[in-house]
Design a protein around this ligand. Sequence first.
Ligand code: ZN
Length: 91
Amino acid sequence: MAATQTDSPTTPMPQIDTCCPKCSGTMARGYSIDRTNGAILPTYWISGLPKTGFLGGLIGSSTSKHFPIAGFRCENCGYLELYARKEFKPK
Ligand SMILES: [Zn+2]
């Protein structure tokens, strides 16, 4: 059975530590963006390996799992920690 875009982890949301593991600074939530054809979109984690299309750009697969990425950045040292979960879908 093929995976679909709506597949998601069944585990509950992990407790995200807001204390930086590198310097104990404060971690602030954010996200990264992708600028495509004039649009600003959030980035997604996609299962599998990247494939290129006719014009050399990456092409997606309808069977790939897609999860929006949220990041936490240390306000002191800049350390980043990323999570890819359905809960981070833009509202
Ligand atoms: Zn830090």
